[in-house]
Every structure is written in structure tokens, then in C-alpha cells.
Design a protein around this ligand. Structure first.
Ligand code: HEM
Length: 227
């Protein structure tokens, strides 16, 4: 009897552990957006906000945010949790500006430009003394063709496995997203709770944090941000 109940306890503990994600809610002061946020052991933070109806049924846009120590040459987000054949977001600092590039790896070499993910840079993007911070709306980050050519979409109701990569080596030409860069110093994985990242405020967050590029750029250059 005792054995049965402790076994039941073990089983429920196991369920609890496997159901755990590495992300938690975080309200970003710069944008007012409530993200699901995850910071890895290298001190790089990955955040996501999704529309309330996000699911695996159809593609949806996301708001992503990446914050990284300025010492890093580049940091990456692999949306499929592996290096190859899925959208990669790669970000670095160029002086006071943040530069991003949309890539896809066709093998274990420098990923090529990837046109099917489009980014709109939002407020909450800039560089301070210690970190760079990138906030954007992405259309195409969570859906991509599988090996049969069918579009698959990350299940916005569940927990999803992402991968990160970073390098301490600067990219070849930090001023352009077309720059080449060399292999990471480290890669790893985390589980992000997409279901909990959904909100019916999504559209109003996008509207409140959009601006013309020049307005945005001016604000970013003079702006300070918190975490
Ligand atoms: C010049 C750029 C890059 C080079 C040369 C490169 C090369 C490699 C190599 C050789 C491996 C080891 C494969 C193995 O041992 O099985 C690897 C693994 C990995 N890379 Fe890259 N990589 C680059 C950029 C990136 C970027 C930008 C990301 C993510 C945004 C990334 C994510 C990963 C991940 C998650 C792995 C673990 C294995 C896997 O998921 O396939 N890499 N990379």
C-alpha cells in the first residue's frame, strides 16, 4: 500500500518535472509587453509573446526579444531546436545599433540568408553599456516547410524546444546583416512555454511599439532600457 502511494507520488513528480518549461512570465519595462522569458547559463535572454489564438493549425506572428552581453560577437535562436533546415535569428551589436539577420543552415557551415521570415524592429531595441537588446515582430519564424515540403507550424498551445548558439568572435562586418560569421563557442537547448506566452493584447503591443524607422532609430539611440 505504502509502496503504491509512493509510486504514485513518484509518477506525479515525474509528470511535474517533464511538464516544466524553462520560461517564466516577465514584463518588459521598455515595451510594456508581458513575455515568456528564458535566460540561459551564458546570460543570454530569449523572450516571446504570441497572439491569443496561436496554435499548430495556421502560421502566426510572434514578438521576440533577445538580450545579450555586449562582449558576444553574435547570438542565435534556432526556432526548430536544431541547426539545420529551420529559421535562425542571429543578432549582434554594431556600436550603438543592433543588427539582425534571418538565416537558414543548409549544413554545418555558415547559414545562408532566409527570406521566408520577415522582421519588423520594435521599440525595446538598443545597446547600453553592458547589453544589446533586440525586439521585433516576426512573420515566418514559427512555420517552415518540413522535408516533404509541407508547412509545419510550432504548436502555440504547448511547450516547445528551441536551440541557442553564441560566439565571442565578432562577425566579419558588423554593420550589415549580410555579414559572414564563424562557428559558435557554445550551443544548447531550452523549453519555452508558448501556451503561456499567448495574449489577447498581442495586437495592441505591436501597435504601441511600432514606429517609423527614423523615429525608432532616434529613440533607440538616445533611449535607455531596463531588463
Ligand atoms: C558559421 C556559422 C556556423 C557554423 C560553421 C556551425 C557549425 C556547426 C557544427 C560543425 C556543429 C556540430 C555538428 C555535430 O557535431 O553534430 C554545429 C552544431 C549546432 N549548431 Fe551550428 N554552426 C554555425 C552557426 C549556427 C547558428 C547561427 C546556430 C543557431 C542560431 C547554430 C546552431 C547549432 C546547434 C543547435 C547545433 C547542435 C546540433 C544540431 O542541432 O544540429 N549554429 N554547428
Amino acid at each position: 500500500m505504502k509502496w503504491t502511494s509512493s509510486l504514485a507520488g513518484l509518477v506525479s513528480l515525474f509528470t511535474l518535472v517533464t511538464a516544466q518549461s524553462d520560461s517564466e512570465p516577465f514584463v518588459d519595462a521598455d515595451t510594456g509587453i508581458t513575455f515568456q522569458s528564458s535566460t540561459n547559463s551564458e546570460g543570454v535572454t530569449y523572450r516571446l509573446a504570441l497572439p491569443a489564438d496561436a496554435s499548430a493549425d495556421k502560421p502566426y506572428d510572434v514578438i521576440l526579444q533577445v538580450i545579450a552581453p555586449v562582449e558576444l560577437g553574435w547570438v542565435g535562436w534556432a526556432w526548430g531546436g536544431v541547426m539545420t533546415y529551420n529559421p535562425l535569428t542571429v543578432v549582434w551589436a554594431n556600436g550603438k545599433d543592433v543588427v539582425y539577420t534571418s538565416r537558414q543552415a543548409l549544413g554545418y557551415y555558415t547559414p545562408v540568408q532566409y527570406e521566408d521570415a520577415k522582421y519588423t524592429v520594435l521599440k525595446g531595441t538598443g545597446v547600453n553599456e553592458t547589453h544589446f537588446k533586440f525586439t521585433a515582430l516576426c512573420s515566418g519564424c514559427v512555420s517552415w516547410p518540413d522535408f516533404d515540403g509541407n508547412l509545419a507550424t510550432l504548436d502555440g498551445t504547448s511547450q516547445v524546444n528551441f536551440a541557442y548558439a553564441y560566439s565571442t568572435t565578432p562577425v566579419e562586418d558588423p554593420s550589415t546583416g549580410e555579414s559572414g560569421f564563424s562557428i559558435h563557442d557554445s550551443v544548447g537547448h531550452w523549453t519555452h512555454d508558448l501556451g503561456a506566452a499567448r495574449s489577447d493584447k498581442f495586437s495592441s503591443w505591436v501597435a504601441a511599439n511600432s514606429g517609423t524607422n527614423s523615429t525608432l532609430r532616434r529613440r533607440l539611440r538616445v533611449g535607455r532600457y531596463g531588463y
